[in-house]
Ligand binder design. Structure first.
Ligand code: NAD
Length: 440
């Protein structure tokens, strides 16, 4: 049987660029139509996508809707509600020497053909939310899902072309060879979500064509717990944020930083919170996910003896299960404190107090998120003023990224550039400066 030769990256980019040049993607009507169709894709195929997410990551249906499908629908709705406003030209005052009749403004121009490369941990949301922004800004898009979430990748490769304008949106599946081939092409923007090692590869490839990049990376996001806080509330929120998607969340609290007395009281509260959320046997809970593959499973199991197990610690390679685990008495030099954990292990590291916690954080790479649990205004102020992180959450992990009017992105090793809502328009557009001086 003859199989048609798959379209080569150069041909895909040329085809999408030709569409862009016709101007078809520029009218707001085209953009909103694509967004509405993407919305329909999500609402009409939610069950299929949830099944794919379960196959890839053991995600529960609730979690699949909350963190991927409905999350993206909300991003679309927010964009549809505000797009015209966001695209409005902004006038700028002109200097007096240009005369009273001169005027100046900025306008948003789409960039052209955008490449979106997504990771496996929220394989639908992290592909589609940037695509929403790229389309809203009037671009053509090549979307590259992660090969490490194969069921979701296949579902998106089937569904996106069925709903969207295939002359302007293409899906390219595959792994390193396919991504490498794509990166050799000239794009007008590359939006990459994943780890910093590949982030560097992407940025090097982009430099060849002077292509701008957004790098949405990860890192170790600390959670500082101050003295005198309600530790049952803190533990409940930490556990919900940490063990969602079995800890495979870029903004999950990576480790807890607190003083020794608070650590001693927080530990049993965390144990209670894990049991109340997932029951005595989390393996039997339908709400608890699995590790993406054996490589990550083995890496994580190797970190389990980095401290004293307060709860969890057990695992089953046959089903890629690692229990929600809290490690106490963790040495800052222990292996679990080396790299981003990206799994269901929460180490507690002790420091003398706030100043030492700030030193601990600023001695390390700038995190994607930083969480602070405190009742003290002065602690909130000092952390905000004296540390740098992509986002800052007081009292609640993860939630800042659900606020569509906040930019989501990292700083330093946790990345560059941001998106969501109007910040996606900034990222995927060129802000063109315009000056007008009437001829008569
Ligand atoms: P991954 O392995 O799925 O890689 C991401 C993408 O890069 C994939 O599409 C893959 O095909 C491509 N890729 C991999 N190796 C490549 C190579 N050598 N050359 C070219 N392309 C290549 O995902 P990952 O990197 O394991 O994702 C986990 C990381 O992503 C964590 O560090 C996490 O914190 C971070 N992350 C960040 C965010 C964010 O929004 N900032 C969100 C999720 C995950």
């Amino acid at each position: 049987m003859n199989h048609p030769t798959p379209e080569q990256p150069a041909d895909i980019v040329a085809r999408l660029r030709a569409t862009f040049r016709t101007g078809r993607t520029k009218p707001v009507a085209w953009r909103t139509e694509q967004l509405s169709r993407l919305r329909a894709m999500l609402t009409e195929n939610g069950a299929d996508l949830a099944a794919a997410l379960h196959a890839d990551l053991g995600k529960s249906t609730t979690e699949a809707y909350r963190t991927e499908i409905d999350f993206t629908v909300r991003e679309i709705d927010h964009t549809l509600d505000h797009l015209t406003d966001w695209l409005r030209p902004e006038s700028a005052p002109v200097p007096a020497f240009l005369g009273d009749d001169a005027s100046a403004w900025t306008r948003y121009d789409p960039l052209g053909v955008v490449l979106v490369i997504a990771p496996w941990n929220y394989p639908a949301q992290l592909l589609l939310a940037p695509v929403v922004g790229a389309l809203a800004a009037g671009n053509s898009v090549v979307a590259k899902p992660s090969e490490l979430a194969p069921a979701t990748s296949a579902a998106l490769a089937r569904l996106l072309p069925a709903y969207l304008d295939t002359d302007a949106v293409a899906v390219v599946e595959g792994g390193i060879p396919e991504t490498t081939a794509l990166l050799a092409e000239r794009f007008d923007h590359i939006f990459y979500t994943g780890n910093g090692t590949v982030g560097r590869i992407v940025m090097r490839a982009a430099a060849e064509h002077l292509t701008p990049v957004a790098l949405e990376l990860g890192g170790k996001s600390p959670a500082f717990v101050d003295r005198g806080t309600d530790l049952d509330v803190v533990a409940d929120r930490l556990v919900r944020g940490k063990f969602l998607n079995a800890g495979q969340t870029c903004v999950a609290p990576d480790y807890v930083l607190t003083d020794p007395e608070t650590a001693a009281a927080l530990e049993p509260a965390l144990v209670r919170a894990v049991e109340s959320l997932y029951g005595a046997d989390p393996a039997a809970s339908g709400e608890y996910g699995r590790i993406v593959n054996e490589r990550h499973f083995d890496r994580l199991v190797g970190l389990l003896d980095s401290g004293r197990v307060a709860v969890g610690g057990d695992s089953d390679r046959t089903v890629k299960y690692i229990a929600p685990t809290v490690l106490a008495d963790v040495d800052p030099e222990a292996p679990v404190m080396g790299e981003e954990i990206f799994g269901p292990i929460l180490p507690i590291v002790t420091v003398a107090g706030l100043s030492e916690a700030i030193d601990f954080i600023t001695d390390r790479d700038k995190p994607l998120a930083l969480y602070v649990f405190t009742e003290a205004e002065e602690t909130r102020r000092r952390i905000a003023d004296e540390t740098s992180s992509g986002g800052l959450g007081y009292g609640l992990p993860l939630a800042h990224l659900t606020v569509s009017d906040l930019p989501f992105g990292g700083v330093g090793e946790s990345g560059m550039g941001s998106y969501h809502g109007r910040y996606s328009i900034e990222t995927f557009s060129h802000r063109k400066a315009v000056l007008e001086k009437p001829l008569s």
